[in-house]
Write a protein that binds this ligand. Structure first.
Ligand SMILES: Nc1ncnc2c1ncn2[C@@H]1O[C@H](COP(=O)(O)OP(=O)(O)O)[C@@H](O)[C@H]1O
Ligand SMILES: Cc1ncc(COP(=O)(O)O)c(N)n1
Length: 270
């Protein structure tokens, strides 16, 4: 018998029936990083690589029951949030984070799916800004999400820096503004750490439609790295490296915004 303890992690997110984004991307990413993934399903989507056809938020009692069940048993080292749908569910998640003292918590403020469907309504956006940001250890908006939170257009590098500072002032300790929506041949993720140190992670921009779930995958790679004991800075750098590696070996799945190849870094992950 060969038994070993592995770090336990948690994704608090929506389910993507198409398997490419949401908590399915999270669980695949965590599994590939050799940590154990548990999950709180905050809502269901009927979704494929072409679009989201239907959304069903989970009743709050059932969200609470999932948290209670997990924290009665598991020793969760790091967690993340993904699609939270509306104010009621954001508030339920916030109260469970406080009740179970869940840290570190990575907040991916998912608002709109790549296909265009909304996964968070306006009251949910306010609740994320006012209630979830202040307790986040890391927050990972993409550029459109950062604009909504910042309340202004982000057009220049200076705008990115100012937006990250604004988001940190809302209470999020560490901020990553992801550059996947930038134009051009290269892109950069901007990172502002709690210490005030900032840096950018530059990469080639891969020209592909198979990038469904990139944001979910980055935040769950960071969670896995934190659970394995990496510092926040190294967890972010290694998380981005995972995305970069797997974007270079595509799998052909579906007819639209295809999923990532979560197996694509198996040679690199210890
Ligand atoms: N075409 C691409 N080439 C290289 N990296 C990418 C590409 N698209 C996204 N990424 C990376 O994937 C991560 C998620 O970014 P982004 O796509 O902006 O988030 P989201 O999925 O939330 O919209 C970031 O680390 C970003 O740099
Ligand atoms: C349930 C769920 N959560 C998150 C996303 C965002 O992923 P993407 O921006 O790649 O569509 C999604 N499409 N569905």
């Amino acid at each position: 018998m060969n038994s070993k303890k592995v770090p336990e992690t948690l994704t608090i997110a929506g389910s993507d029936s198409g398997g490419g984004a949401g908590m399915q991307a999270d669980i695949k990413t965590m599994q590939e990083h050799h940590v154990f993934a548990t999950n709180v399903v905050v809502g269901l989507t009927a979704q494929n690589t072409l679009s989201v056809q239907s959304v069903l938020p989970t009743p709050v009692d059932m969200i609470n029951a999932q948290f209670d069940s997990l924290y009665d048993d598991f020793d969760i080292k790091a967690a993340k949030t993904g699609a939270l749908f509306d104010q009621e569910r954001v508030e339920a998640v916030v109260s469970n984070i406080k009740k179970h003292n869940i840290h570190p918590i990575v907040v991916d403020p998912v608002m709109v799916a790549k296909g265009g469907a909304r996964l968070l309504d306006d009251s949910g956006i306010d609740a994320i800004i006012n209630k979830l940001m202040p307790i986040a250890d890391i927050v990972t908006p993409n550029l459109p999400e950062a604009e909504v939170i910042y309340g202004k257009k982000i057009e220049t590098n200076d705008d990115v820096i100012a937006a990250a500072a604004h988001i940190q002032q809302l209470g999020a300790k560490n901020v990553i503004i992801k550059g996947g929506h930038q134009q051009g041949d290269t892109l950069s993720d901007y990172v502002l750490l709690e210490s005030g140190v900032s840096f950018t992670i530059e990469s080639k921009k891969y020209d592909t439609v198979r990038k469904h779930g990139t944001g979910d995958t980055l935040s769950s790679a960071i969670v896995a790295n934190l659970a394995k004991g990496l510092s926040i800075k190294d967890a972010i750098i290694e998380g981005k490296r995972y995305i970069d590696t797997i974007l270079q070996s595509e799998i052909i799945v579906g007819h639209g915004h295809g999923p990532l190849n979560h197996w694509g870094a198996e040679d690199e992950i210890g």
